[in-house]
Design a protein around this ligand. Structure first.
Ligand SMILES: [Fe+2]
Length: 178
């Protein structure tokens, strides 16, 4: 056995030296990683502004298919049944149904997954999501009836989502009397 300068056996000394160098390497690598993460974080912050990234040209509304696409053979257009005139704050029944004219398939592979109803009150800039209804294919049919209350004359807008044919919409006006 070769003695080390500190009286340790040579092999033990070599293991200790390797261990110390490995520790130093780990510390240095960790420092480098922290620095890299910091730089990445800063650059993410710099490009997180919506305007720095650019605004998407496609609007969701452009992808919604209007009722005219299925005129006379509506299979996806949500029908909205509601009185055209109601009293302010009094509940009235609204039915939204997809596939009233031509029944829509109701299989796991092809079905109406959900219906949403929105209200846009006269003079208001913001839509209100009045209700969202999801359907389990083969168990639930895409038809809902529920009470709605309005304070102002409004447009009721319905959306129906087919898992194959996308988003379809329709709307009606409901006049509200004080
Ligand atoms: Fe469909």
């Amino acid at each position: 056995m070769r003695p080390s300068p500190h009286g340790l056996e040579w092999n033990t000394f070599r293991v200790l030296i390797t261990f110390v160098y490995t520790l130093e390497e780990i510390v240095e690598r960790r420092k480098a990683l922290v620095n890299a993460a910091g730089i990445a974080g800063l650059s993410a912050l710099a490009t997180s502004s919506l305007y720095a990234q650019g605004i998407g040209k496609t609007r969701l509304g452009n992808a919604i298919i209007p009722p005219e696409k299925e005129q006379g053979k509506e299979k996806h257009v949500p029908f909205i049944d509601a009185p055209r005139s109601v009293k302010a704050g009094e509940p009235f029944s609204v039915t939204v149904e997809v596939g009233r004219v031509v029944p829509h398939p109701n299989t796991v592979e092809h079905h109406i997954a959900w219906i949403q109803l929105y209200a846009l009150a006269e003079g208001s800039p913001a839509l209100v999501n009045v209700g969202t209804f999801e359907f389990a294919p083969t168990y639930g049919a895409p038809k809902v009836t529920f009470p709605v209350m309005l304070q102002k004359t409004s447009t009721l807008l319905a959306l129906g989502y087919c898992n194959i044919h996308g988003l379809w919409d329709n709307s009606i006006e409901v006049s509200v009397q004080a």
